[in-house]
Design a protein around this ligand. Structure first.
Ligand code: NAD
Ligand code: GLY
Length: 371
């Protein structure tokens, strides 16, 4: 594990390719950070988009690596509720007021909320300016900062307004995870498990063997988990940037998870928590369709449990409500939406070939709070 530490990964997208640097203590290493950022900055201007929580922890370290530049900090209110057009408008007003121009660089310092909003600002300010991701949550480090999905929410739904817009670089300092609240950290671990299930059986086994160290946030173990997760995400995004096909496998467990989030009211379950329960459901569904063998759903559930992730609902959600929330008309005929399923741990595919009765059986089991 030690020798892989300094090598950046690359998201291969032709002339839009970019590196992902992963390092424990990157933000504290002013010289390295400055040397990494300097060649990326087109001109003198930098706009950092963050929130007060993250700014208080890591703002100074980032700013100290940008000496002699015009650096303006837009600190948006903390929370998913602020990933909206109002905050987007305020960020645009801020950039105009500080006279940023087309050569400015926008740096997102924070979790997925900050990253998604800052990315959309970068995609649209003066038709697009350079963008750097400095993700500080586990979810953002293994998922949202890589791949170029940017968005804000609309009252009609999450991420309804956005763009595909890739960053120039992703800078991951795993040490930032030491300050992350336990619930946020555990929710991020669910997305790490996802990569094992959909693409990497060996990594899945490695997580089983290192679950306690992952829970303890062991720096070396964590760095390996983040690196392996990012490598898979980079490979999938390079193969299908705009989700015409294979990128959809990154949504394993998400169809169920999104329905849980919607029905319980956004925020009751964190996204990663809902995805954790959703992955157990997706594994059971895969088994019901004759794909995943008997032991598969148990292994996935047991790993999630050993990492402290939720694997069952705490309140019943009727199967018919789940079907509705997943966009399935109660009266519709079989197989009308595509699900990501796993034929065996380490692989995933999409299927629309199933009977609604099979899906309903899985939903019925979970609606009674069983896993
Ligand atoms: P978040 O950004 O709300 O961060 C969670 C909390 O942790 C916040 O209160 C934040 O201030 C705090 N925080 C961040 N870093 C910290 C640190 N190092 N120490 C202490 N506190 C810290 O939540 P998230 O889970 O990172 O992101 C969720 C968002 O990501 C959602 O909006 C979701 O839609 C989006 N998302 C996007 C993609 C994508 O591909 N673009 C993928 C998955 C999720
Ligand atoms: N989080 C899923 C994706 O980036 O496609």
């Amino acid at each position: 594990m030690g020798s892989e530490a300094s090598q950046p990964l690359t998201v291969e997208l032709g002339d839009r390719s970019y590196p992902i640097h992963i390092r424990d203590g990157l933000l504290a290493d002013r010289a390295l950070l400055e040397a990494t950022l300097k060649p990326l900055l087109r001109a003198n201007q930098v706009a950092v988009i963050t929130n007060p929580t993250v700014e208080a922890l890591y703002g100074e370290a980032l700013l100290s690596a940008l000496p002699g530049r015009q650096v303006d900090v837009f600190s948006m209110p903390d929370g998913e509720a602020h990933k909206n057009l109002e905050t987007y408008g305020a960020a645009m007003d801020f950039l105009m007021a500080h006279r940023h121009n087309r050569t400015t660089t926008i740096v997102a310092l924070g979790g997925g909320v900050v990253g998604d909003l800052a990315g959309f600002v970068a995609a649209t300010f003066q038709r697009g300016v350079d963008f750097v991701q400095v993700p500080t949550t586990l979810l953002a480090q293994v998922d949202s900062s890589v791949g170029g999905k940017t968005a804000v929410n609309h009252p009609a739904g999450k991420n309804m307004i956005g763009a595909f817009y890739q960053p120039r670089v992703v800078l991951i300092d795993t040490q930032t995870l030491t300050t992350l609240p336990p619930r946020e950290y555990t929710a991020g671990l669910a997305e790490v498990v996802k990569y094992g299930v959909i693409a990497d059986a060996e990594f899945f086994s490695w997580m089983e063997a290192n679950a306690a160290a992952l829970v303890a946030r062991d720096p070396q173990i964590l760095e390996h988990a983040i690196r392996t997760s990012c490598a898979t995400k980079a490979r999938v995004v390079a193969a299908d940037e705009r989700e015409a096909s294979v990128r959809a496998i990154l949504n394993f467990g998400h169809t169920f998870g999104h329905a849980i989030e919607k029905l319980t009211g956004y925020g009751a379950w964190l996204h990663g928590e809902a995805v954790s329960i959703g992955m157990v459901m997706a594994a059971r569904f895969s088994h019901k369709l004759g794909l995943l063998d008997q032991g598969g759903p148990e292994r996935i559930r047991d790993l999630l449990l050993s990492l402290g992730c939720p694997v069952a609902l705490t309140q019943g959600l009727p199967a018919s409500d789940m079907m509705d929330a997943m966009g399935m008309d109660k009266k519709a005929t079989d197989g009308n939406i595509r699900f990501v399923v796993t034929p065996e741990i380490g692989s995933a595919t999409l299927t629309a070939n199933y009977a609604d009765a099979a899906l309903r059986e899985v939903l019925d089991t979970f609606s009674q709070g069983q896993a």
